[in-house]
Ligand binder design. Sequence first.
Ligand SMILES: [Zn+2]
Length: 116
Amino acid sequence: MNDSLFFASFDPLFCEAPDACELCDASLPIFQYEYCTQNQNNERQYLKGFCCAACAAQLLQKLKRSEAREWAEEEIALRADDMDVTEFRRRRLAAFRDEEPARQHAGTAPARATRG
Ligand SMILES: [Zn+2]
């Protein structure tokens, strides 16, 4: 499952961009965006449109949360296969230290880190 997010600028004089961001309906759009999600059956779903800078940042955060979830699930799968996840876990926690994937995965919370 590989999600993707693309942004592009557009020329407001030669593009039929809406007068308001299509996500928040509050600010003028400055980007065209395409957010693609891929499910476990490799089916892709596209979300496209025009968005403002604030919503662009939110889309990026959404992609980050999705990636944090993916890495957490990967760690659980590796651990279930008795793989050494020490380095992977260190990297995941460093990369997503402000994310809390355990909250989004009730029932599959990753084990607590052990010190020593
Ligand atoms: Zn917006």
